[in-house]
Design a protein around this ligand. Structure first.
Ligand code: IMP
Ligand code: MG
Length: 184
């Protein structure tokens, strides 16, 4: 059960605010370097990536545009449903753009694999993936990220945009959720 005190539902803090800031800064520097002179368009996958996206774009020091896409992957549980559906599509054409998909976490990889295939069919000039977190041991789809903030263990994490049942996105750090929250 989700309690009234968010911090009380957290078993341990996995990544602090300061560590998150350092990870994002370093990703921003790499992306800045790689996209100089290109037509960078950042696509944020809603909703989990919004905090990451907001911080990352401020760490990118080269011209870019942004757009958003929402798909359904998880229901209210902690395991992928296997059903991925577009809920909100991009506003603009991506033809000829250097696309960078920004995602919160790469888990089974089904969500990103599906999104990448759809976007590839729209003729961008290039397409790369930036994920804040990667759970490599959980991978089911044949997909990898070009930029990875850090690998995380096979535990359900929340905070900094990541949710459990739409909650905990506003925690400023990454925490591991107590099993009692989703088991009872
Ligand atoms: P995938 O399709 O299995 O790779 O699922 C990716 C999506 O699942 C992410 O964008 C998240 O919304 C969600 N997800 C996967 N693992 C976690 C987690 O540990 N905490 C919160 N959300 C997660
Ligand atoms: Mg989610």
């Amino acid at each position: 059960m989700i309690g009234n005190d968010m911090k009380n539902d957290i078993k341990k803090v996995l990544i602090t605010e300061e560590e998150l800031a350092n990870i994002v800064k370093s990703l921003g520097e790499q992306i800045t370097e790689d996209y100089k002179g290109k037509d960078l368009m950042i696509v944020s996958i809603l909703k989990g990536s919004i905090l990451f996206m907001a911080d990352l774009m401020r760490a990118i020091d080269t011209p870019c545009t942004i757009d958003f896409m929402a798909v359904s992957s998880y229901g209210s549980g902690t395991k992928t449903s296997g059903v991925v559906k577009i809920i909100k599509d991009l506003d603009a054409s991506i033809e000829g753009k250097d696309l960078l998909i920004v995602e919160d976490i790469l888990d089974s990889g089904r969500t990103l694999s599906y999104i990448k295939d759809i976007l590839l069919a729209r003729n961008p000039k290039s397409i790369k993936i930036c994920t804040l977190f990667d759970k490599p041991e959980r991978r089911e789809a044949d997909i990898y990220a070009d930029y990875i903030g850090c690998d995380v263990p096979n535990e359900f994490i929340v905070g900094y945009g990541l949710d459990y049942d739409e909650h905990y996105r506003n925690l400023p750090y990454i925490g591991v959720l107590k099993e009692s929250v989703y088991n009872d």
